[in-house]
Design a protein around this ligand. Structure first.
Ligand code: KG4
Ligand code: ZN
Length: 329
């Protein structure tokens, strides 16, 4: 029985998950407060975590009908993320582990996204490829039979979610842009404009920085009136370019590895158009976890912890968070 804690960005999360991947509770306390600033304010995020963490953990235990003495491991996100936010979750988890004697398993946030689909009910089994696309990261990971993994390719500039948020802002949509862009795109023609997908970027690496510039130039070319009138077409074509760019690399990864079992994660995986287009690829199996497991949550941290070892008791007090320096962008 794993109690997991995740606080790398602006959501305070706690979950209780069994060793065989059944989610008993998965609580996300969203801070909301950052939207009015158009992005996450690190100082505010850290303070909000401090306010919410104890209640969130207790809530997760209570919803799972478990008490601390029934927990056999505490899993916590060690990094990457905002340092102030990470410190709150990590120190809380360390204190809890030291006081209770329950082993602590530090987890890389990105491993959380990669291993989330191994939880029930999808219960995905290795080997598989994971496309992870969020506001801060975009990469394809190969998970092999023993559940170790390697990154096949990553973005060389912007993350896919970042491209979506920047494009949405150009289209006058509120932050975070993803869901709004998806809604607007539904009423537009995705073939109206041909935006670039950096096909020449070699291998399985991604590039999104040229995309927002292409949108900006297209808006200028159309002029204010036309650009406003064709907003839905611009949104649909822009979203289509992001999705085509992602799926081109998935196809390359499948070809390179011979692994045809694919899953997705990260906030962008919530995109219905991406899910639809992915399902149309000729793959052996496509596993799309439910929305709540794609965006940041603590159940995914527990999922990854199942394949990791607890930290040596003597090293526990000195365990530090890391902001970046993880294997992936
Ligand atoms: O994983 P996530 O919740 O947070 C991190 O960045 O770690 O991902 C957030 C990103 C944002 O860029 C947001 O615009 C994007 O995911 N996103 C979406 C959708 N929902 C969220 N992008 C496209 N379509 C969506 N429905
Ligand atoms: Zn994330």
């Amino acid at each position: 029985m794993i109690l997991a804690i995740e606080s790398s960005c602006d959501d305070t999360c706690a979950a209780v998950v069994t060793a065989d991947g059944l989610i008993l509770s998965n609580v996300v306390a969203s801070q909301g407060i950052h939207d009015e600033y158009g992005g996450v304010v690190p100082e505010i995020a850290a303070r909000q975590h401090l306010e919410a963490i104890d209640l969130t953990v207790k809530d997760a235990l209570s919803k799972a009908h478990k008490s601390l003495d029934q927990i056999s491991a505490i899993a916590v996100t060690q990094g990457p993320g905002l340092i102030g936010s990470l410190v709150v979750g990590l120190q809380y988890a360390k204190a809890l582990a030291l006081a209770s004697g329950i082993p602590l398993i530090p987890v890389d946030h990105l491993d959380g996204h990669i291993f989330a689909p191994t939880l029930q009910p999808t219960a995905l089994e290795a080997p598989y490829l994971a496309l992870i696309a969020s506001g801060g990261h975009t990469f394809i990971e190969q998970v092999v039979a023993d559940y170790s993994s390697a990154t096949l390719g990553r973005t060389i500039d912007d993350a896919a979610g970042e491209a979506i948020d920047k494009g949405s802002r150009l289209l006058g949509l509120p932050y975070p842009g993803g869901p709004e862009l998806e809604k607007l795109a539904r009423t537009g023609d995705h073939k109206a404009f041909d935006f670039p997908i950096a096909e020449k970027v070699t291998g399985i690496n991604f590039s999104f920085s040229g995309l927002k510039t292409a949108l900006l130039y297209k808006q200028r070319e159309l002029g204010e009136g036309q650009a406003a009138e064709r907003r839905a077409d611009l949104a649909a074509s822009y979203q289509d370019a992001v999705v085509r760019s992602l799926l081109l690399r998935v196809k390359r990864a499948v070809k390179q590895t011979g692994i045809s079992r694919v899953t997705i994660g990260g906030g962008v995986a919530a995109n219905g158009y991406l899910r639809e287009r992915l399902a149309q690829l000729p793959l052996e199996q496509v596993v799309v976890p439910e929305f709540a497991l794609c965006t940041d949550n603590a159940a995914m941290v527990a999922a990854a912890a199942r394949f990791r070892k607890p930290v040596d008791g003597e090293l526990l007090a000195g365990l530090l968070p890391y902001a970046a320096g993880s294997r992936r962008k």
